[in-house]
Write a protein that binds this ligand. Sequence first.
Ligand SMILES: *Cc1c(COP(=O)(O)O)cnc(C)c1O
Length: 411
Amino acid sequence: MDRQIERLLAKETKRQNGGIELIASENYPSKETRSVCGSIAIAKYAEGYPGKRYYGGCENIDAIERLAQERAKKLFGCVYANVQPHSGSQANFAAYKALLNLGDRILSLRLNDGGHLTHGSPVSFSSKLYDFHFYDLGEDGRLDYDLIARRLDEVNPHLFLAGYSAYPYEIDFRKLQEVINAHNLHSDVHTYFMVDMAHIAGIIAAKLTQNPVDYADIVTSTTHKTLRGPRGGLILSNRLDLAKKIDSAIFPYAQGGPLENIIAGKAVAFKEAASPKFVSYMKKVLDNTKACNDELARRGAKVSGTENHLFLLDVLASFGIDGKTAQAELESIGITANKNTIHGETLPPSRASGIRIGFAAATTRGCSRPQAIEIADLIYDCLTGAKPKSALKAKVASIAKRWKDVNDLTF
Ligand SMILES: *Cc1c(COP(=O)(O)O)cnc(C)c1O
């Protein structure tokens, strides 16, 4: 046994169990999923795809990966799935490669407005390899489909990208497809439609919002956010004509040997997500998120409102502090959330005016609606500085104590 690592993991378990996790991109996979991820499949090299491997001895691994593909296709209702991406970022790296030539134009939402690093941030590979242009949100912080139609005509992109990291409202994928199709009718450049559903994959799997695979050419995702699987990526499509291009963009272009232990874990998570129990879990997530948002609004804080698993709290307008400070204040009482830029941001991203709050992880541990409201009050009281930190910290600990142990989350 490695004592040093064991000790650190014990501390991490204690940290996770003792606090309230509100980072919108985090979640806890089931014990079943986790045990499969630590299985002996970790030892197998399987470069290539089922039936077309570069190594021998892949018959069981092939069956595992095929099962993961079949379950992903069934869960999301599509004809193609690539379960090999090591992460959401690598799924996006490969998706661009499958559809575009280097230097092609991509129209996306800026990181500051809720996009992702891989959607054209100057510090990401994406902006070095492709020519990114951006669309703005409407004045209300929501997607403005007329504005998008105009930007499509202005930019004439080879790819339009939807799907975000910090967008609290529903996305009308059907409407986006309509707008892109209309643009394509009179444009000499064909615009592909890509959706990165990393954050909302679980909501889509539970059929509680529009499914982008019905409208987009290609859909990328992570498997570890609302979907509640192991840390990893996923690519889906209903266009079989793109299958070969996507496959070769993952292997051999972007990656080498797939993580078959994680792919086995993805298979377990896809099965779990297809159950009625997952649908009721996801409904609770949405309900808790809204309850917390609404309570903060009731107390007078400026919040974004929410139609999914997250919302943004404008801490600058509400409490006169920046996101960085708010994040540290919350952390000091045992609540983990992250600073986030908000619509109409006036501060640099390193400070930011907001906090992003999500309930996927807390709900997995058993957070109830009354507790979500109590958490809103704890956040409010912490950030106004109205109550002593020690009292708030004790309340956080007592809520977390009533929840399930993170090591013991059976599905
Ligand atoms: C989280 C996220 C990703 C990237 O996921 P990683 O697995 O961390 O690389 C990509 N796109 C969006 C929209 C995300 O929210």
